[in-house]
Design a protein around this ligand. Structure first.
Ligand code: FRU
Length: 496
């Protein structure tokens, strides 16, 4: 039975979504059908299609009572909207159908597992929030919430885990046909951790273990965990709240974290050896991964961050985008990211320059402009014996308006800066990251869509992602350097 609330959402989104015209949306990044989007949810591959659900408020471009939006794609680049999948229409999720994941059941039903949020408000008492894990079964379009919901509650939790901050279940089927599920959690002292539950049938759950403890290292509450094997290692992704900065690796506020290490599945024992940010820009959060039909691990994140959502004007018809799908690997012990290879098929109108000198005068090259662009650059000092002090690329540029990327070889820092992109909000506009051993040669792949840039550094060693809402006529690209630099550049238009 489809509830009145879900019906209303479906009617509204079809109408409001159709009124958002093509050029008001990005060219190849997924946006909500109407209204607001945050985290990717239920990212899975079923019946030859990728399903992407998302945290969704269809009625306005701000966060509110959470639903699950839904889209499908055959190539992770061209998306088709399906009707809103879940609404907060039960007592146990009346204050939000929060993030979760999806899995195909042996009987071919799709199962969604999500966090139900409920706030008990009693007169004269402080409101009491509860987060519980719930199921819904369906055919990939319509879903029925399970009558035994909620399936994991505060009663399953060990004494040291908070019942308020207990969310974002990611489910797995193990080789023996049983299920496991991990959730974000917080200790009573406010420290992040990931909990591990097991189940013979996905309906009856038991707490097994704490999979990872923060021990005060990275922020407080850990949101949206994911966990998978990759190139002989195991990777735990999570998005910590309330981070403190650590050099240029982590910044304050809501961040992203990858823990890389070894895992003993029998003992449920994960030892992390290495940690890093997943993305070093301003706008990336709560990523989820999927295994493609041909075995590639692909990640998509919410291409926004809670600390910068004010960049979008309140009257905008949509807010929130998903990042490009990125193929993941472990290279030299680090998480390497690269746009999925299918994206290359959208590249048209190749323009190439080799050994172009760049100096203090701004350089514009014929054919180098646009707002839906894939650009690969190699940057090196003209004289290998003599370094330069700064190299700058500006894009989405028109006069005083632009977003820029700047490299300082002496500091080994790359900075992304959208301060002059037209934003009128006092949010974070710049971020830097360290780029080791790039003095001789720095390689950048910059992918621009109408409202974003994703910068892949040195073959995907690091990525910086940022959104901007610059007027569309600002489409110039320029290069400048302090010192003598030469660049090779290949640029394509993206034609989705
Ligand atoms: C992360 C998050 C999740 C939660 C959802 C609510 O961005 O805070 O932890 O489930 O968003 O919309």
């Amino acid at each position: 039975m489809i509830s009145r609330m879900l019906m209303d959402a479906r009617v509204h989104e079809a109408d409001a979504g159709d009124r958002i015209t093509g050029i008001d949306r990005p060219g190849f990044h997924l946006t909500p059908r109407s209204g607001w989007m945050n985290d990717p949810n239920g990212f899975c591959f079923a019946g030859g299609k990728y399903h992407m659900f998302y945290q969704y408020y269809p009625y306005a471009s701000h966060w509110d009572s959470m639903h699950w939006g839904h889209a499908v794609s055959e190539d992770l680049l061209h998306w088709e909207y399906l009707p809103c999948a879940l609404a907060p229409d039960r007592y146990y999720d009346q204050d939000g159908v929060y993030s979760g994941s999806a899995i195909m059941m042996p009987d071919s039903r799709m199962m969604l597992i999500y966090t139900g949020r409920r706030i008990d408000r009693e007169r004269g008492r402080a409101p009491k929030e509860r987060q519980v894990q719930c199921l819904a079964f369906g055919d990939g379009v319509d879903f029925e919430k399970y009558e035994g919901n909620p399936v994991i509650t505060a009663n399953h939790l060990p004494a040291f885990a908070s019942p308020q901050d207990f969310r974002d279940p990611k489910i797995f089927r193990l080789a023996d046909g049983t299920y496991s599920c991990i959730t974000g959690s917080k200790t009573e002292e406010g420290d992040g951790q990931v909990l591990y539950f097991s189940s013979p049938d996905a309906l009856h759950w038991k707490f097994e273990k704490i999979l990872v403890e923060n021990k005060g290292r990275f922020g407080r509450m850990w949101e949206c965990p994911d966990f998978f094997p990759l190139d002989g290692k195991w990777v735990l992704l999570t998005s910590p709240q309330d981070m403190l900065p650590q050099g240029l690796e982590y910044h304050s506020g809501n961040g992203t974290l990858a823990l890389i290490g070894d895992y003993d599945e029998q003992k449920i024992d994960f030892r992390d050896e290495f940690n890093q940010s997943v993305d070093y820009g301003m706008d990336f959060y709560a990523p989820q991964t999927v295994l493609t039909g041909d075995g590639r691990r692909v990640m998509i994140g919410w291409m926004q961050n809670w600390d910068a959502v004010a960049i979008r004007e309140p009257e905008a018809p949509w807010a929130g985008q998903m990042s490009l799908p990125r193929e993941l690997h472990i290279v030299n012990g680090r998480l390497n990211q690269w746009p999925i290879r299918e994206f290359d098929e959208l590249r048209k109108n190749r323009v190439e320059y080799k050994n172009v000198p760049v100096g203090k005068d701004k350089l514009y090259l014929d054919g180098m402009s646009g707002r839906m662009v894939d650009m690969e650059l190699v940057i090196r000092p003209k004289d290998p014996e003599k370094s330069y002090s700064k190299f700058v690329i500006r894009f989405a540029e028109d006069g005083e308006t632009y977003t820029s990327i700047r490299f300082r070889p002496h500091e080994s820092t790359l900075k992304i800066d959208r301060k002059f992109s037209g934003s009128r909000r006092a949010i974070v506009h710049q971020r830097r990251c360290l780029v080791e051993s790039a003095e001789d040669e720095l390689r950048l792949r910059i992918i621009l869509d109408r409202f974003s840039c994703e910068v892949f550094i040195n073959g995907g060693e690091k990525v910086m992602t940022a959104t901007f809402f610059t007027d569309m006529y600002a489409d110039k690209i320029s290069f400048r350097a302090d010192g003598d630099v030469v660049i090779d550049v290949v640029k394509y238009d993206i034609v989705p």
